[in-house]
Write a protein that binds this ligand. Structure first.
Ligand code: 4AD
Ligand code: MG
Length: 453
């Protein structure tokens, strides 16, 4: 019976007969036999296979080169060599798919830039196998965290007519030919439509009915910024909670990040150890810190004071009323607090229309959770639940109230204080794997100028 290599390596006792299928990582020939290292992606470790000359299939051993796919049958026996518990003594090997000399993945390490150019083959490397197994586990953990707390998972639309963040960084969706600005009412949806930047507005609809909900799906931003933290298509987790204020929102955000860090420690240990060895020496300390130690909180006003007094030579000036740049965010988390830190109560001028206005009439109940190495991983807020203030915010930001009639209705009929946030899933993965570029934690990165695979 065929089993995955991960299951083989977890065996507690020898087995007379097993079958595994995978890809050859390396082959070493000796007198009378060959060693094959076979990997099927189910775990980081390879399975060592001994192929004696003469077993069926061994006559094609030369073609069992790096990258070739194979079926191996044999006995699972304790390995006499150090470094692994089990080896397979093959009774039969079968070449399934051969490779030629152009196969680009060799045993030696390749640069991340080179691996991006072979996005269709990079999942076969140790690093990317580890990244995408971890991504899968943590996606499951996202659901587990919310499901354990009775949040309802809502599938919000990918095509939308509203710009949630008001930043105008939307990809247009159209079937019009020629001048698409001419007659939007002739378009497929009878209006201008876009790929969503956030499921928040729709999540609010459901929170104002089902209490605690979350979305988890792809979001799109046409930001022309070529940084290591921005992608044009990324996955966001957006919980939304009815009868919740800013405090409750920050509490949930912190608990969520801690849960995911602990989950990675508990369920991705082999892959994390690999990242700690080859990608980021400080990884384990950081992930343990996140899982176990309290985070810091500071108001935007205090944060600006800290930055101003720091005397640190920032590229962008620090100024009350301006957005924090990622160098400022990182300074706060890495140097000042040496810890994840949530900054809250930002000036209303730099935040979207839906955030709740504070009694000072100057700041809104926004919060950003900042982490070392990355800056913002979570952005959220308590939402403006008072209809008149919401309408005033829309006027202030030159939004047309009729475009948001259904959103306003939530404030007209049984309005409740509510709050939520968005976690950038790729940024979380960067935090918990140490992989420094967002292009390398998403299977197929979409960034300006790149959509090859
Ligand atoms: O701070 P943002 O823009 O917040 C929202 O979209 C809210 N509607 C969320 C909510 O309250 N429900 O985005 C949330 C997070 C950021 O903190 C960041 O981690 C990630 O999404 N993010 C990006 N990740 C990768 N590439 C980009 N271009 C990103 N833009 C935002
Ligand atoms: Mg933000």
């Amino acid at each position: 019976m065929r089993i995955l290599i991960k299951q083989v390596l977890a065996s507690s006792e020898p087995r007379e007969s097993i079958q595994v299928k995978g890809w050859v990582r390396t082959r070493r020939d000796a007198k009378g036999f060959s060693f094959l290292e076979v990997n099927d992606g189910s775990c980081l470790a390879n399975l060592q296979v001994i192929v004696n000359t003469g077993v069926p299939g061994s006559e094609r051993i030369d073609q069992l080169a790096t990258g070739a796919s194979v079926v191996v049958e044999g006995r699972l026996a304790p390995s006499p060599a150090g470094g692994q518990k089990w080896e397979v003594q093959a009774t039969r090997v079968e070449l399934v798919g051969a490779v030629d000399a152009t196969y680009p993945l060799q045993k030696k390490g390749h640069s991340m830039e080179f691996l991006r150019e072979i996005g269709h083959l990079r999942p076969r490397s140790n690093l990317f196998g580890a990244v995408f197994r971890t991504r899968s586990r943590l996606a499951f953990a996202v659901h587990q965290f919310f499901q354990e707390r009775d949040f309802v998972y809502v599938h919000t639309p990918i095509i939308t007519a509203s710009d949630c963040e008001g930043a105008g960084e939307m990809f247009r969706v159209t079937t019009l030919k020629g001048d698409i600005e001419q007659k939007p009412e002739a378009d497929f949806f009878g209006r201008r439509a876009y790929l969503t930047v956030s499921g928040q507005l729709e999540a609010e609809v459901f929170a104002c009915a089902l209490s605690n909900v979350y979305t988890f799906g792809p979001t799109f931003r046409a930001e022309n910024s070529n940084t290591a933290r921005h992608a044009a298509e990324f996955w966001m987790v957006e919980p939304e909670m009815a009868f919740c204020d800013l405090q409750g929102d920050m509490d949930t955000a912190e608990a969520f990040i801690k849960y995911l860090a602990q989950y990675a420690l508990d369920h991705c240990a082999e892959d994390l150890a690999f990242f700690a060895k080859f990608v980021d020496k400080e990884l384990m300390g950081r992930v343990r810190f996140i899982a176990s130690r309290p985070f810091q909180r500071v108001s935007y006003t205090e944060a600006v004071e800290i930055l101003t007094k720091s005397g640190h030579p920032f590229e962008y000036p620090v100024q009350y009323g301006a957005n924090l740049q990622s160098e400022h965010e990182r300074y706060l988390a890495e140097h000042h607090f040496k810890s994840p830190v949530t900054v809250y109560n930002y000036p209303r001028e730099i935040k979207p229309f839906y955030m709740r206005l504070n009694p000072d009439d100057k700041t809104v109940t926004a919060m950003d959770l900042l982490v070392p190495g990355i800056g913002e991983v979570i952005g959220g807020s308590q939402r403006e639940e008072r209809l008149d203030v919401l309408q005033e915010n829309m006027r202030h930001q030159k939004l047309r109230a009729e475009d948001y009639w259904w959103y306003s209705d939530l404030r007209r009929y049984g309005s409740v204080p509510h709050a939520g946030f968005g976690l950038g899933f790729e940024r979380l993965l960067m935090l918990l794997t140490g992989v420094p570029n967002i292009r390398d934690v998403i299977p197929f990165a979409r960034t300006p100028g790149t959509a090859e695979f």
